[in-house]
Design a protein around this ligand. Structure first.
Ligand code: PLP
Length: 390
């Protein structure tokens, strides 16, 4: 009989329950059930062909070895070029650090600042990994409550009022998972202005959905504020924009003073990103962008359909989804908790969604619907849910 003694930190590490829902949905589908998956946070499109070809070519050309830990110089230059095109900012490629996906940057940033006694602020409801890794680090997670009445945007005043001398890092995310909320420029302006009074606080801006804004909205990148560049970590990546979740490729722009620290974390953790994936990443950024535009246009059409359909369901109220590919309706009127609704819709209607509470305590009363699925399936999912509710 083994008697393994795990580190106490393991009991503080959370998870991402969208993967649990996905496993259950797949198990039901394997039993022959017809499941519509509106639970998963990944585009239902294929990676554009020219990107796939670049990855294959890299393998054929013999790129099978390690790359520099921070990433291929050509890819870091391509990232800087892309940021200049999209956000009009100048970024030194030496400040770009490539990692396997969006998640490693948040883990590394939190490991760098988190320890017992430190406070780290994060959006709630928000991407569940933030709270999970903050707790793992031993730091105290301080939620930034995101409310429906504010379009799920953070209020700069609220964030600034929670800063103490223990605050080390603030995490923000716009466009946001799970709410689809987009924080207006005025709040970002005010946050940056207020942060100037708190030079001990770093900022992690998760901009992984920066290409997915609707209704004429334009993305505001925190890179556009030179006054905080020396403490900004700006996270973005290929997963959502180029439908490349399985390739595992992401990056962050780091402040000069943190680049060596994060590079050491990369060396200790994964050495470098898979070489062929990095070549695919170059093709994605330097090649034609029409596949991205087409995908976002399709998301926009589905968004209108899903918001309309959800608002028509008894007990549902759905705010306009401004970005990403999620709708986050309030379901309190159904009389069910978020978890009950998630279970009932999956088991009885064959529709996978994710309970708002999977994204933090402030998500009670809400359900996340990903519209990374066809309009036909969205309409059918709404029909099945209506049938159950009646
Ligand atoms: N940040 C947010 C807000 C996300 O929603 C996700 C994925 O769902 C990620 C980061 C992580 O992306 P990746 O799959 O590239 O690690």
């Amino acid at each position: 009989m083994t008697q393994l003694k795990l580190a106490a930190s393991m009991s503080r590490l959370g998870t991402e329950s969208a993967f649990v829902v996905l496993a259950r949905a797949q198990a039901l589908a394997a039993q022959g059930r017809d499941i519509i998956n509106l639970g998963i946070g990944q585009p239902d499109f294929k990676t554009p062909e020219h990107i796939v070809e670049a990855g294959i070519k890299a393998l054929r050309d013999g790129h099978h070895g390690y790359t520099p830990a921070n990433g291929l110089p050509a890819l870091r230059a391509a990232v800087a070029g892309d940021l200049h095109r999209r956000h009009g900012v100048d970024v030194n490629p030496d400040n770009v650090v490539l990692v396997p996906g969006g998640k490693p940057t948040m883990f590394f940033a939190v490991l760098m600042f988190g320890e017992p006694g430190a406070e780290i602020m994060y959006p709630n409801p928000g991407f569940p990994i933030y709270e999970s890794v903050i707790k793992y680090s031993g730091a105290t997670p301080v939620p930034i409550a995101l409310e429906e009445k504010n379009g799920f945007a953070f209020s700069a005043e609220d964030v600034l009022s929670k800063i103490t001398d223990k605050t080390r890092l603030i995490i923000i995310n716009s466009p946001a998972n799970p709410t689809g909320g987009v924080t207006p420029k005025v709040e970002i302006d005010n946050l940056v202005k207020g942060l100037l009074d708190h030079p001990h606080v770093a900022l992690l801006s998760d901009e992984i959905y920066s290409n997915m804004l609707y209704g004429g909205r334009e993305h505001v990148s925190l890179l556009q504020y030179p006054e905080i560049r020396d403490r900004l970590i700006m996270l973005d990546g290929w997963s959502k924009t180029y439908a490349m979740t399985g390739w595992r490729l992401g990056y962050a722009v780091w402040p000069e003073s943190l680049v060596d620290h994060v590079t050491r974390l990369c060396i200790n953790d994964h050495s470098c990103v898979n070489a062929a994936t990095q070549f695919a990443g170059i093709a994605a950024l330097n090649g034609p962008q029409d596949a991205v535009r087409d995908m976002v246009a399709q998301f926009d059409q589905r968004r209108e359909v899903i918001v309309r359909e959800l608002n028509a369901l008894p007990g549902f109220r759905c705010a306009d989804a401004a970005g990403a590919f999620y709708a986050f309706p309030n379901i309190e009127g159904t009389g069910m908790t978020a978890k009950e609704a998630q279970g009932k819709f999956l088991e009885q209607a064959g529709v996978a969604t994710v309970a708002g509470t999977s994204f933090g305590a402030w998500g009670e009363g809400y359900l996340r619907f990903s519209y990374a699925n066809s309009t036909e399936n969205i309409l059918e999912a709404a029909r099945r849910i209506r049938e159950i509710l009646q």
